[in-house]
Unconditional design. Structure first.
Ligand code: NAD
Length: 301
């Protein structure tokens, strides 16, 4: 019998170190024989009037069509008259649940609809991933109206999931608990700004931005995985970047596609390479290039 058709996924290599670490993902996927066919889209150098940003309409259509994608870091171009690239992706693709971390947005508006759907996502995620507890993180003691509404929505959803333990933790206390004993927590759900802060705190706990993955989940089952970090202009083009964060984001994408076997194999190969200690990039105290570290991972596969 013939092999099943490959799954199409959109790939935005992005800017700065993005193209270098995207090459790592492509090489590792090839070594692991992942049945993915990438549709690559680069950020344009002109504003597309249809999206009011440097992202073309075609590149957004690619994600809508494939329903899944991997995004490298995108530098925010300076100038007026266009939307931020990350904001364009979030808004155009309706990516409302950011698993692990969000990109900075300073605006805080709490709506019942958005709170309910992200709470619903958190409980559904807990249930389908064998997790036992969901903690809503808030500052409702001070921001009674906005965070109060967020908590009210979380409670409503919690009632539908009696098998999952639900708790509410004030964000300052949450920070202290995370630093002292992160294992106290299981699944956390919170408004975007808190997620932004907490996820960097957690990135610091596990070894920095070169390691942390994320995935944006949206309406109609769209999933766009991306590393937490930015385009790292200080080390771009030097073959120094740690591709682990983008690789682990790609692994998240594979799990979303239920390619669990490939996901586990690649994750093991990454973790074994780091644990072995022979090949590590500079951010982890080593002296390996992106290329050599990637080769070592492929070797483990
Ligand atoms: P950054 O994450 O790019 O860099 C912060 C520091 O971490 C730098 O010292 C960098 O060298 C290091 N670093 C980041 N990723 C690394 C990796 N994979 N391996 C090794 N070291 C790594 O943050 P910044 O400097 O504040 O932002 C640079 C640009 O990226 C800006 O234009 C910003 O708007 C953009 N940005 C994009 C995203 C995104 O696309 N999601 C997120 C954050 C920042």
């Amino acid at each position: 019998s013939s092999a099943p058709a490959p799954i199409k996924a959109t790939l935005f290599p992005g800017d700065g170190i993005g193209p270098e670490i995207a090459v790592s993902v492509k090489q590792v996927f090839q070594a692991a024989e992942v049945p993915i066919e990438w549709e690559e889209h680069y950020v344009g150098d002109q504003i597309d009037p249809r999206t009011q940003s440097f992202l073309t309409w075609e590149s957004l259509e690619s994600v809508r069509r494939n329903r899944v994608g991997l995004k490298g870091p995108m530098a925010t171009p300076v100038g007026k008259g266009h939307r931020s690239l990350n904001l364009t992706l979030r808004k155009e693709l309706n990516l409302y649940a950011n698993v692990v971390r969000g990109v900075v947005e300073s605006l805080k508006i709490i709506t019942r609809q958005a709170s309910l759907r992200v709470a619903e996502y958190a409980f559904h995620f807990a249930k389908t991933h064998g997790r036992e507890r969901v903690s809503a993180i808030h500052k409702a003691n001070i921001m009674q109206k906005t965070d109060g509404l967020f908590l009210k929505c979380c409670r409503e959803v919690a009632e539908k999931y009696p098998e999952i333990t639900y708790e509410e933790v004030v964000i300052d206390n949450c920070c202290m608990m995370l630093v002292k004993n992160p294992a106290l927590f299981d699944v956390l759900v919170m408004p975007n700004l808190y997620g932004d802060i907490i996820s960097d705190l957690c990135a610091g706990l596990v070894g920095g931005l070169g390691l942390t993955a994320s995935c944006n989940i949206g309406e109609a089952g769209i999933a766009l995985a991306e590393a937490v970090h930015g385009s790292a202009p200080d080390i771009a083009g030097k073959n120094m970047a740690n591709p682990t964060a983008l690789l682990l984001s790609a692994v998240t994408m594979l799990r979303h596609l239920e390619l669990y076997d490939k996901a586990e194999r690649i994750q093991d190969a990454i973790l074994n390479t780091i644990a072995e200690g022979k090949y590590r990039t500079a951010d982890l105290g080593g002296s390996s290039s992106t290329t050599d570290f990637t080769k070592a991972i492929c070797g483990h596969l």
